[in-house]
Design a protein around this ligand. Structure first.
Ligand SMILES: Nc1ncnc2c1ncn2[C@@H]1O[C@H](COP(=O)(O)OP(=O)(O)OP(=O)(O)O)[C@@H](O)[C@H]1O
Ligand SMILES: [Mg+2]
Length: 371
């Protein structure tokens, strides 16, 4: 799948933009705060209908405007289609492919997209939410329905929390029985997706890290907040049901659901020790790169057409060996979008690309625009 052209209206700092894109590598070059990341985000929204930066469409609307609109022309197996994503507070979200809303908007996906940016170091260094997002993103590559399942889990969790806070004002908490049951079922679904995703991801991650650092053994383990037998066999609803029941008194006292997929974590180990605690800066960076390359490999294996790759200002942070490893991975994608402030940080093999200069919310082919 190739995005051939993208049109933006009132998206972030772009008032209007109509841009023809190259079929392989597109390089967006510009100073800070000109709109490079915003443009990558627009491509991501066109491809997946989602932004990795935010779940709130209102943030994507150009300040002072009523709504945003993105239209992209893409080519798949020789035929062209038009994808549209728009939002305004009055009308909400509008998503269309070739003029018609998709059957299940939660599963809209023109193309898979793998995003890699400077904040991704937080996957290792930051709180568990970043690691959950990483695994859930990979789960969504494998199971197209995963996003809808996660949204359904989040709704059930909210309802249960509301009931725990006494929202329904029923003294005997009979409403909680209903939410406990739904919570156990939805939790088992999410946890089993995560377990299955880890099984797919582990061997790829190990192999990718070995290519970056032959002495290193990189592993990722599941640290669920509810008890499981081990992290390679499925959990049952029964086992979760009894844990939810046991925790109910505590949850009522704290007025919140204290355990479940929303509190899970993942342990990333290098040679059997927690890389977050004991890894050097360089090892942590290698691990993040390996996680992203593994995501790319996983997504490429699963889809009929490879995912698009979005590389936001990452080359300047990497040493030469890692830059070359990342540049080599570009070969596994249909189309890549790269941002940078300085072309000197970009491996030579990517510089024969379409180069665009980004300045204050407008984009022009650079003079060095080559073959
Ligand atoms: N909803 C919005 N409406 C208008 N402008 C916005 C909106 N959201 C962000 N901006 C602005 O867009 C500008 C460009 O942001 P962007 O993140 O794309 O910069 P960048 O070119 O990637 O810069 P850097 O090299 O520093 O990462 C920033 O000044 C930012 O404040
Ligand atoms: Mg940026």
């Amino acid at each position: 799948m190739i995005i051939e052209r993208i049109f933006l209206s009132n998206f972030r700092n772009y008032e209007k933009l109509d841009l023809k894109l190259g079929g392989s590598v597109n390089l967006f070059l510009g100073n800070n705060a000109q709109g490079k990341t915003n443009l990558l985000e627009a491509v991501e929204v066109a491809a997946t209908s989602r932004s990795h930066r935010t779940n709130r469409d209102s943030e994507l609307v150009r300040w002072g405007q009523d709504g945003y609109y993105i239209k992209a022309r893409f080519r798949l197996n020789g035929s062209h289609s038009i994808a549209e994503v728009g939002y305004s507070p009055g009308r909400g979200r509008i998503i269309r492919i070739d003029g018609a809303p998709p059957d299940n908007p939660g599963e809209y996906r023109v193309a898979g997209a793998v995003f890699f940016g400077p904040d991704d170091l937080q996957i290792i260094k930051g709180p568990p939410s970043g690691r959950r997002k990483l695994i859930d993103t990979q789960a969504a590559h494998i199971y197209p329905g995963f996003r809808s399942e996660a949204a359904s889990f989040a709704r059930i969790l909210n309802q249960r929390n509301w009931a725990l806070r006494g929202g329904s004002r029923v003294e005997n908490h009979s409403d909680l029985d209903v939410w406990d049951e739904q919570f156990a079922v939805a939790s088992a679904r999410i946890m089993n997706r995560r377990i299955a995703t880890l099984m797919e991801l582990r061997p790829i991650l190990k192999a990718v890290y070995k290519r970056l650092a032959p002495d290193g053994d990189l592993e990722i383990r599941y640290l669920p907040s509810m008890m499981i037998e081990n992290d390679s066999s499925p959990v049952t609803v029964e086992s979760l049901r009894s844990q939810v029941e046991e925790r109910r008194a505590d949850d009522l006292a704290r007025r919140v659901t204290t355990a479940g997929p929303h509190r899970d974590d993942f342990l990333i180990c290098l040679n059997d020790v927690d890389i977050r605690v004991y890894g050097s800066q360089g090892q942590q960076r290698s691990a993040v790169l390996a996680l992203k390359l593994a995501e790319l490999e996983l997504a490429s294996r699963l889809r009929e057409s490879p995912p698009i790759l979005l590389l936001d200002d990452v080359f300047s942070e990497l040493d030469l060996g890692h830059r070359m490893a990342l540049a080599a991975a570009v070969r596994d994608t249909a189309q890549t979008f790269v941002t940078c402030t300085d072309l000197d940080t970009i491996p030579q093999c990517l510089c024969g690309a379409f180069i665009f200069r980004v300045e204050g919310g407008s984009v022009h082919p650079a003079s060095s625009h080559t073959s």
